[in-house]
Design a protein around this ligand. Structure first.
Ligand SMILES: *[C@@H]1O[C@H](CO)[C@@H](O)[C@H](O)[C@H]1NC(C)=O
Ligand SMILES: *[C@@H]1O[C@H](CO)[C@@H](O)[C@H](O)[C@H]1NC(C)=O
Ligand SMILES: *[C@@H]1O[C@H](CO)[C@@H](O)[C@H](O)[C@H]1NC(C)=O
Length: 149
């Protein structure tokens, strides 16, 4: 490389590096941007009871940040009382959902319980305290009567 070309290359390098540095926000701004993006995630949450009267199905679209599904269930209740639920906290495992919209599972009596699914029919392998939903998830609680599997 002749000295003139080398010089131009160095100038171009610095010019590019400098403009990149100017465009780079401070670390504080990066944090805010990341958070805002995370909170623009959206999911569809459905509760469905076809098993016993009165049957119902409700869906709600919820915007959320990265958080376990139990927090989104709380948000749903704040928006719509049909999504009210009750739960029992088990050590380490987190919350087990006992009842939704007044319908309670009696697994010991007749094997009824609220199955936690990803649409259309995938059983989630973890509970509401451990599942961190992804953007555009469709989560369903389906009142069902069968063995856990
Ligand atoms: C949510 O799911 C329900 C049930 O499948 C569907 O009827 C509804 O259109 C969906 N809503 C959104 C916002 O995707
Ligand atoms: C299950 O048992 C509970 C408690 O006895 C009862 O209220 C409910 O109707 C039963 N549900 C079904 C589907 O058998
Ligand atoms: C929902 O529960 C009903 C009643 O037990 C059952 O017939 C149906 O197959 C379940 N749907 C899914 C997607 O698991």
């Amino acid at each position: 490389m002749n000295p003139k070309v080398e010089c131009v290359c160095i100038i171009i390098f610095f010019a590019v590096a400098c403009s990149a540095a100017q465009n780079e926000p401070s670390s504080g701004e990066v944090e805010v941007d990341t958070k805002d993006f995370a909170c623009r995630r959206q999911l569809n949450y459905t509760i469905r009871n076809n098993l016993q009267e009165p049957t119902f199905e409700y869906s709600i679209a919820i915007r959320f940040c990265r958080q376990p599904f139990i927090r989104i269930m709380e948000t749903a209740v704040n928006k719509n009382r049909n999504f009210m639920f009750s739960a029992t906290y088990f050590p380490k495992l987190g919350y087990f959902i006992d009842a939704i919209n007044g319908v309670r599972g009696f697994y010991n009596v007749n094997k009824t319980w609220w199955a936690f699914l990803k649409a259309p029919d995938t059983m989630l392998p973890v509970g509401v305290s451990s599942y961190y939903p992804a953007n555009r998830d469709h989560i369903i609680f389906n009142f069902t009567q069968e063995d856990y599997s």
